[in-house]
Design a protein around this ligand. Structure first.
Ligand code: PAF
Length: 286
């Protein structure tokens, strides 16, 4: 069932709650791919009712980012959700979510600001205000849908860590489940932005996964010095790759260390054909 209004979602959820059903939310920006479907499948397995939100959230895009260009494929998304047995596809308009002003700023909207320590690195360093926008919309979705559980992908590792922190700090009664990265057979992590890549670009984009796998295998061979592990990346990069960051941090807290350990995560962001791609890998296994 496709629903655009907050009131109607609430009405449905209220009935489900009366019946004591467990509700799962999969927040998305649409352009659904197998990565999203893995979250939906997990939600279906563990919850009685599943809501998928499809909302390209204007306030998490910077002024020079791809908000207008971001793929919008609601009909196809709805079909996929129906195939997966999703109970509600919640696809509100920006006006429904943010009122008349549409694209708002933190001059006019109450925002959630995650702590500087978590946002002053990785994606947050270049995408200033991005995680304020993410946390704000996620908290709004939590308040609208009031799910018991919400499902996020590990590909956006910084996002999940920040959402978990928000939920803990603000006592939000939602259990956050993180699901593994889904990859093409080639190793490329699935992303809605892969649609922008040419076939050649997709091959060039494999470098992200190659760099991460190589770091993991060096770590497994006993190299723990983080500078040395990061150095290994440079032999993979060509002029087709515009590396934004490569970091090895604590996988739960995003703290920097000098030596990698089994709690380390390597994270990379790199532009290929002007498309910003991210990926990550746990050094100590799943
Ligand atoms: O990961 C995403 O698609 C978005 O950041 C999210 C969580 C749906 C919030 O808009």
């Amino acid at each position: 069932m496709l629903i655009n209004s907050i009131e109607e979602v609430r009405r449905n959820v209220k009935e489900w709650k009366k019946e004591g059903l467990k509700i799962g939310l999969v927040p998305t920006m649409g352009a659904l791919h197998a990565g999203h479907l893995s979250l939906i499948k997990k939600a279906k397995k563990t919850c009685d009712r599943v809501v998928v939100s499809v909302f390209v959230n204007p306030i998490q895009f910077g002024p020079s980012e791809d908000f207008d260009k971001y793929p919008r494929t609601l009909d196809a998304d709805e079909k996929l959700c129906n195939q997966e047995g999703v109970d509600i596809v919640f696809a509100p308009s920006p006006k429904e979510m943010y009122g008349d002003a549409g694209r708002l700023s933190n001059d006019t909207l109450t925002y959630v600001c995650p702590p500087f320590f978590y946002v002053n690195k990785l994606c947050g360093k270049t995408r200033v205000g991005h995680f304020d926008g993410v946390c704000t919309v996620v908290l709004k979705l939590f308040n609208i849908v009031q799910p018991d559980c919400a499902f996020f992908g590990q590909k956006d590792a910084q996002q999940v860590i920040i959402v978990k922190k928000m939920v803990k700090d603000l006592n939000v009664p939602v259990e956050i489940t993180q699901c593994p990265i889904v990859r093409e057979e080639s190793g490329l992590a699935l992303s809605s932005r892969n649609k922008y890549l040419t076939e050649e670009g997709k091959k060039d984009a494999l470098v992200l996964n190659k760099i991460l796998n190589n770091i993991k295998s060096c770590y497994q061979k006993g190299i723990t010095d983080i500078s040395a592990l990061k150095e290994t990346a440079y032999s993979f990069l060509t002029d087709k790759h515009d590396l934004e960051y490569l970091e090895i941090l604590d996988r739960n807290t995003l703290e920097e260390k000098s030596q990698a350990d089994n709690n380390s995560i390597a994270l990379i962001a790199c532009r290929v054909e002007g498309v910003r791609l991210i990926d990550n890998i746990y050094l100590g296994g799943i």
